[in-house]
Design a protein around this ligand. Sequence first.
Ligand code: PEP
Ligand code: MN
Length: 262
Amino acid sequence: MLVSRKNHPKDTLVKINKDVIFGAKKPIIIAGPCAVESENQFRTIARAVKKAGANMLRGGAFKPRTSPYSFQGLGEKGIKIMRKVADEVGLPIVSECLSEEHLGLFKKYVDMVQIGSRNMQNFELIKKIARLGKPILLKRGMSSSIEEFLLAAEYILNEGNSNVVLCERGIRTFDQSAGNTLDLNGLILIKQLSHLPIIIDPSHSACRPELIIPLSCAGLSVGADGIMVEVHNKPDKALSDGRQALTPESFAKLMTNIKHAN
Ligand code: PEP
Ligand code: MN
């Protein structure tokens, strides 16, 4: 297997630019809203997270919402807003691609392409995204085993693209009272089994802000190569995932905690 550490004992480094390298010593912190809602909203959040020390911006323009009646994202307009603001603040961007229809857009505007939890086994889409040759953030399916997760990554490497960062985003367990369960067992095991960098997404694991700082510290202390976290300037007005969003102030607190913990 191409993802296996057996054939490739050294850690793979995934380079986005000279300052952002996943798998190197320094954890990479990705922050931004669940969904891009407007240029002003994205700029406000981008500036705040950059000031607090984020290395990369996130934001969804095409949103895989559970309900067809929920906000579906700004689409192409959202991607263009992200690129414009990212260039203003000087941070790279990651955004989720849901359809092969949009491959051209992602190729042109995005630094790293996210494959979401719901598409982790959409192999035809995955292969086409892999062929763009861009770095990929592959999120674990919410009910996928570690073997299935690594085999999904194998599809990307098998296309000749080894710039893959894995993301543990919490799995569904019998107890949903604390949201999804951030599988730190899985993270530790994956670090042993594979040479690919792996980050955690405490926002979609915890589904509530008060768990995010402790989960982030826990993940980094067992070897996560970074975190991806949702931040919103007005969580109660957010068009998606407001309940789990950190405010810019609590994001700054998270950054201070991480610095002290490392
Ligand atoms: C996201 O990160 O925006 C997202 C939709 O996450 P997931 O695919 O993990 O649910
Ligand atoms: Mn979200």
